[in-house]
Design a protein around this ligand. Structure first.
Ligand SMILES: [Zn+2]
Length: 407
């Protein structure tokens, strides 16, 4: 059993302890102490980081876990510690203090959601840069509602109310009635009750700041529906809220700076740019059609006449996607026409739908039987590639195959 000093004083960044057990795997070690100031992962709060040091060794703690026995995991520098040895623990105070601010901010935010919309918090997780809660709310949420919650939550922060922690073997009925959420059967005594007078009463095993003012600020940064009844709310508190907003602003100003017109608001500039892109796309489309028209006329002028059908046989330089778009356009617009297009590493055989008694897929199979490679398609359009022959040879074979199937 490890004595959890963080429950007595959440602000204890340094303390001494004694090694109870050590396990080694590669360059990592797991160490068990008689007491700890390291918070183990749990209840949405990530585990602490820091250093456990003794005579001739240091452990850079990356992960802490366990309930009764708290194990500290990390990289070992120096010799392996032995049971019975004294150690010095130092937690990464900045990381932990910010986690305490996020965690306390969550209590406040969840309490306001309950108060305003009777929405219970069903999940909570602290990440590096922000936090999320899940709330049970079957209706619609919008930004106005969210900002209302945020404003009230920050009022609680700025009133600088005490955050009180009390431990009970049995919960008094009067206190039980005040709980934000019914006590789960899973919660076994001693029960830790965290309360903010007039705002929130909830059992919790995390670490919290002493007064709401220390949370600094609560900023909701995003929200969305997660399932029919659950909404996910993303938020940040304290320094992490500032950092989040700084990054967002950095992105905002850089984006605005990329615009030809650098005047706010950005979304209007984006709208202008989008309109411009659409206009250019339209222009490109009409230019392409014009080009296709010229190209089609030139190719049809040189078309072969096989069995009463106009056959465009062409060595193409354009990539497959562009070539296919053109070929489909060509045969669609010109009755009684078949196109045999051979590119660097592809063929496209296409016919006008009105041409009867001729399958592009069969034609491709016939060519593939001589050149190797693969492909397939339908009666009107077939594509292939991977031949063991030069494009000119493939084109000759295609013309021959077409002549044969039309004779
Ligand atoms: Zn808590």
């Amino acid at each position: 059993m490890t004595e959890k000093l963080f429950y007595r004083n959440a602000y204890l960044w340094e303390a001494g302890g004694t090694v109870l057990a050590v396990e080694k795997s590669g360059k990592s070690v797991r160490i068990l102490l008689d007491r700890t100031i390291f918070y183990p992962e749990g209840g949405g709060q990530p585990s602490d980081r820091g250093i456990i040091a003794g005579e001739g060794f240091r452990i850079f703690v990356e992960k802490v876990h366990g309930k009764d026995e708290v194990w500290h995991e990390g990289k070992l520098e120096g010799r392996l510690p032995e049971p019975g040895e004294p150690v010095r623990m130092i937690v990464d105070a900045e990381w932990r203090y910010e986690n305490m601010r996020q965690h306390t901010g969550q209590h406040i935010l969840s309490a306001v959601f309950k108060d305003l919309y009777d929405a219970n918090t069903t999940g909570f997780q602290i990440f590096e840069g922000y936090n999320k809660i899940e709330i049970d709310y079957p209706g619609e949420l919008d930004w106005d509602m969210i900002l209302d919650v945020e404003r009230r939550a920050n009022e609680v922060v700025w009133r600088n109310l005490p955050v009180q922690v009390e431990v009970y073997e049995e919960l008094p009925e009067e206190l039980r009635n005040k709980l934000r959420k019914e006590l789960s059967d899973k919660v076994k005594p001693p029960i830790r009750i965290v309360s903010i007078p007039g705002v929130d009463v909830i059992p919790c095993g995390g670490t919290h700041v002493r007064s709401t003012g220390e949370v600094g600020i609560i900023k909701v940064v995003n929200f969305y529906r997660k399932s029919r009844k659950l909404w996910r709310i993303e938020f940040a508190c304290g320094n992490r809220a500032l950092k989040y907003l700084d990054e967002l602003l950095d992105d905002y100003w850089k984006s605005l700076d990329e615009m030809p017109n650098k005047n706010r608001p950005l979304f209007e500039r984006v709208g202008e740019l989008k309109g411009e892109v659409e206009r250019l796309e339209g222009e490109k489309d009409s230019l392409r059609r014009e080009l296709w028209g010229w190209k089609a006329r030139a190719l049809l002028n040189e078309a072969l006449e096989i069995g009463g059908i106009r056959v465009v046989a062409h060595l193409e330089e354009a990539p497959l996607k562009d070539a296919q778009a053109f070929v489909v356009h060509l045969v669609d617009k010109n009755p009684n026409t078949v196109a045999l297009i051979v590119g660097e590493n592809y063929v496209i055989f296409a016919k006008n739908k009105g041409v009867e008694g001729l399958s592009m897929n069969d034609l491709l199979r016939e060519v593939l039987s001589k050149t190797g490679g693969g492909g397939g398609g339908s009666e009107v359009l077939a594509r292939g590639g991977g031949f063991r022959a030069k494009p000119e040879e493939v084109l000759e074979l295609a013309i021959d195959a077409l002549k044969q199937s039309l004779s």
